[in-house]
Every structure is written in structure tokens, then in C-alpha cells.
Design a protein around this ligand. Structure first.
Ligand code: NAD
Ligand code: G6P
Ligand code: MN
Length: 444
């Protein structure tokens, strides 16, 4: 008999929860579910989403039992998978992470540079708390974590909970691969086989072929050299992307110039073109504002409409199609499919000339014992240099958290390629520390 799974979504009040529920419901034939729970430490925010999700589930799959709770015991008992997407400090703090650095002409970004470090020191506490709930109430469960900033969170979980069944993952390569498939006239990323290595939001594709092994790199590279990751040139822009994302996809053509043999992750623009990013930023209106006025508003209004109408039949909420990798990952763990997926894992020799204890994002074969990393071999000096710098920043940030060391956080910020000097790092440190009083550990 095929196993029916029980899932808790941690961060149930997330803007991404409805599209993930719709995606799970769309894949019940591949991944049967008997129970879905939402868990959030903000019961009020979660209720808006949960009331709508309850209606969606009742209409599409009434056999699935549904609960929304802020009780860890109720949320994490009898669970096979924890799907975690929490945002400690919510958008209010994201806005500060983005706006404080801009005061110093430094990039303000959710996961990169000082904003990412600031968010990292908040997230560690929340993610560790969720691992501990899972281990207490459902010790055999797996946690699929996409709470950001994933690289700092991954390093913290490696260090603080080395034996936990947590996999840190990112959806960004999925989106980029869907785009590359379209550039190569293929339907979806599932038609591609890729080789990629790096850190989270910090990596490069070294090979893209079709299922028969035909090299697609020349076609994709020449497209990216002209258009970055923007699909407008072939009329295949899949999502109505916000202007900030269009800009990011466009910037990829400049990042690409640094190593035309590979295809870069778009997030590298923050490290390679920080000044350009600061120049175009509006310090009064950052991505956090764009999301609050866009995705958050739309999703919450739509959830309220579903609840008021008592039905989701007419809803405009969309399935999170590219989030299907979460189902693939859960299936791989549950059914031992050995699917090849990008996961953040301890390097441990996979990149042979790189720090063994670094958390790297590389292809792994995922089965019921977790991910088996594929061997990458030696990487070139350019990538190695960038990655060594960034890994040191992330490790210092986690050490600062664990040891309560302000000195180490000063070092982390000073080392970040996004910050021009230690004097700026010092001022930023004080400003961010003050803003995060409620969330960071005490630093001395
Ligand atoms: P959101 O603010 O809408 O939702 C986050 C939810 O987490 C909120 O309801 C909040 O109350 C809850 N929360 C905060 N701290 C918590 C805690 N300690 N325990 C339980 N719940 C807690 O945020 P969002 O924009 O929907 O994003 C959610 C998360 O997913 C973010 O971390 C975001 O960066 C991440 N994300 C990651 C990827 C990826 O590629 N890894 C992709 C998309 C989103
Ligand atoms: C991509 C990244 C995520 C990040 C998200 C930001 O999907 O992989 O890690 O959280 O973009 O999106 P947003 O719309 O919130 O700026
Ligand atoms: Mn990501």
C-alpha cells in the first residue's frame, strides 16, 4: 500500500503557503497526503491564510485532515515532513535589512551582504527551534527548509544540529533552469541535466545538456550574453515579473562576462556590481515594499475573499508550479527515488580544492537516507576566490551568533565583498545590532 503522508508547513502564515498547498493538492497522485497542518508563531497572521486553505482543501481533497495551530506539540506531532519557510521578524525587519545598509551606500538585500547577515542572525534561532520541535514530537520526520538566508541557516544547522534530518534548499536554480529550458526550445527544466556548484545564491552552471546528452550550453550562453535571463526576446516571459526581477535577469549578462564558460546565478550581481545596485536602489522603497504592496497584499486579499465567499472555485491564487521540486524532494526521501537535485550539503571533498566543512550547493542523488553528493572536482581560481571569501563571511556570522561575539560579526561584515571598508562595517554593525535587539543574541 502506498504511504499517505502527514505534513506540517512551518511559517503557515507565509505568502507562499497557499500556492504550496495548491501545488501539493495538484500532485496527490505522485505524493499522497492524509494530513496537512499549518504552524506559525503568529496565530493572527496565519489564520487569514489558514481559513482559506481549509476551504481549498475541503473542496479539492476532503479526505485530508487540516489543522492550523501555534502549538508546537499539535503542529509537530505525527508528522513525516516539515516544510519550513519562516521569516523571523517578518517584512518589518526585511525592510530594515534592506534600508539600513543603503544609508551607507551599501546594497540592501534579503539574503546577500549586511541584510543577509542581519536576517541570518534572526533566522538561526527560529530554524533551530523548529528542528527541536520536530525531533521532540516526530523524531523520524524530515525537515525541508527553505527559510532564508539559506546559506547562513545551513552553516548554523551543520554546526549546531549536525545529525538532524534537515535539508536546506533553494528554488532559485529551478526558476533559472526553467528559463534555460525555454532558451533551448524545451518545455521545462525536467528536460535538462545540469552540473552546478557554488554556495547558496552564489554559484555557476558548468554544463547543461538535454536528456540525450546533447550540449545546450552554446545556445544558452549566446542567449544570456545578449539578454541575461530575460525571456522577453523570445516572448516566453513566464511570470509577470516585477521590475526589480526584470532588472536582475538583465544584470546576468554582465555577470556572465566574467566567466563566459559558465552560466552564473543571478545573485552574484550583488557581489560583483554592488555600486551599480546601490545606484539604482531607492532607499525609501525597496523590495520589501514591493512585496508588501504586491504579493503580500494580493495573497492576503485573495485569502479573505475565499473565506468570505466560502469557496475557492473562482480564486485567482495560482499553483506554485516551480515549487514542485519540493514534492520531488519529499518523494525522493519517502520512496528512495535517487532523483538528482541541488541541495546544500557539507562539501566534504566534493569540490576537491575547497574547504571540506563549507556548506555548498551541488547536485546530489536523494534517497531514503538523504542526499548523496556528486563529485565536482577542482574549481577555477576565480570562483574559488569568491567562494572562499563568502564562506568565511558566513562562518564568521554563525560563529558570532554561537559565541555571542561582536568582534566576529565585525570581521564578517568587514570581510563581505559588498561593504567597502571596516569603518563602514563598524557603523553598520552598531545600526543593525540596535535594529535587531529583539531578535539577535546578546553580542559582547
Ligand atoms: P512571510 O513573512 O509572508 O511568512 C513567514 C511566516 O513565518 C510569517 O507568517 C511569520 O509569522 C512566520 N514566522 C516567523 N518566525 C517564526 C517562528 N519562529 N516560528 C514559526 N513561524 C514563524 O514570508 P515569505 O515572503 O512568504 O517568505 C517565507 C520564507 O521563505 C522567507 O524566509 C523567504 O526568504 C523564504 N523563501 C525561500 C526561498 C528559497 O529559495 N529558499 C524561496 C522563497 C521564499
Ligand atoms: C528567490 C530566492 C529566494 C528568495 C526569493 C525572494 O526565489 O531563491 O531565496 O527568498 O527569490 O523573492 P521576493 O519576491 O520575496 O523578493
Ligand atoms: Mn533561494
Amino acid at each position: 500500500m502506498i504511504k499517505e503522508h502527514s505534513i506540517v508547513i512551518a511559517g503557515g502564515g507565509s505568502t507562499f503557503t497557499p500556492e504550496i498547498i495548491l501545488m501539493l493538492l495538484d500532485n496527490l497522485d505522485k505524493f499522497p497526503i492524509r494530513q496537512i497542518k499549518l504552524y506559525d508563531n503568529d496565530a493572527h497572521r496565519q489564520k487569514i491564510v489558514a481559513d482559506a486553505c481549509e476551504i481549498i482543501i475541503r473542496e479539492q481533497a476532503p479526505h485530508i485532515s487540516f489543522t492550523a495551530t501555534d502549538s508546537p506539540e499539535i503542529g509537530f506531532s505525527d508528522i513525516d515532513f516539515v516544510m519550513a519557510h519562516i521569516r523571523v521578524g517578518k517584512y518589518e525587519m526585511r525592510e530594515k535589512d534592506e534600508k539600513i545598509p543603503l544609508k551607507y551606500n551599501v546594497i540592501g538585500q534579503e539574503t546577500c551582504g549586511p541584510g543577509g547577515i542581519s536576517y541570518g542572525l534572526r533566522s538561526i534561532t527560529g530554524v533551530i527551534e523548529i528542528i527541536d520541535y520536530m525531533e521532540k514530537y516526530s523524531p523520524n520526520a524530515w525537515m525541508l527548509n527553505y527559510s532564508n538566508p539559506a546559506s547562513i541557516v545551513a552553516e548554523a544547522t551543520r554546526k549546531l544540529r549536525p545529525n538532524s534530518r534537515i535539508l536546506n534548499i533553494c528554488d532559485h536554480p529551478i526558476g533559472l533552469e526553467n528559463r534555460m529550458a525555454k532558451m533551448a526550445d524545451l518545455e521545462s527544466r525536467k528536460d535538462l541535466i545540469v552540473r552546478y556548484y557554488g554556495l547558496n545564491h552564489f554559484g555557476w552552471y558548468t554544463s547543461v545538456t538535454d536528456k540525450e546528452g546533447n550540449d545546450l550550453m552554446p545556445q544558452i550562453r549566446s542567449y544570456i550574453a545578449e539578454n541575461g535571463f530575460n525571456l522577453n526576446a523570445i516572448g516566453k516571459e513566464s511570470r509577470n515579473a516585477d521590475p526589480s526581477w526584470i532588472h536582475t535577469y538583465d544584470m546576468a549578462k554582465f555577470v556572465y562576462e566574467l566567466d563566459p564558460q559558465t552560466i552564473p546565478n543571478t545573485y552574484l550581481k550583488y557581489y560583483l556590481f554592488p555600486n551599480k545596485e546601490v545606484d539604482i536602489a531607492d532607499s525609501n522603497h525597496t523590495r520589501a515594499n514591493e512585496v508588501m504592496e504586491g504579493r503580500e497584499k494580493t495573497v492576503f486579499e485573495e485569502c479573505i475573499a475565499i473565506t468570505n465567499n466560502g469557496t475557492a472555485k473562482e480564486t485567482t491564487l495560482k499553483i506554485g508550479a516551480h515549487a514542485t521540486y519540493i514534492v520531488d524532494l519529499a518523494r525522493a526521501l519517502s520512496y528512495n527515488t535517487k532523483e538528482r537535485m541541488l541541495i546544500m550539503v557539507e562539501n566534504n571533498g566534493a569540490i576537491s580544492n575547497f574547504e571540506p566543512s563549507a556548506m555548498v550547493e551541488i547536485p546530489c542523488l536523494v534517497g531514503s537516507n538523504g542526499p548523496e553528493p556528486l563529485s565536482i572536482g577542482e574549481i577555477p581560481t576565480f570562483q574559488k576566490g569568491l567562494m572562499e571569501n563568502q564562506v568565511a563571511v558566513e562562518k564568521l556570522a554563525v560563529e558570532a551568533y554561537v559565541e555571542g561575539s561582536k568582534q566576529k560579526l565585525f570581521q564578517a561584515l568587514s570581510l563581505s565583498k559588498t561593504i567597502p571598508g571596516a569603518d563602514v562595517a563598524k557603523e553598520l554593525l552598531e545600526d543593525l545590532y540596535e535594529a535587531n535587539k529583539e531578535y539577535w543574541p546578546v553580542l559582547q
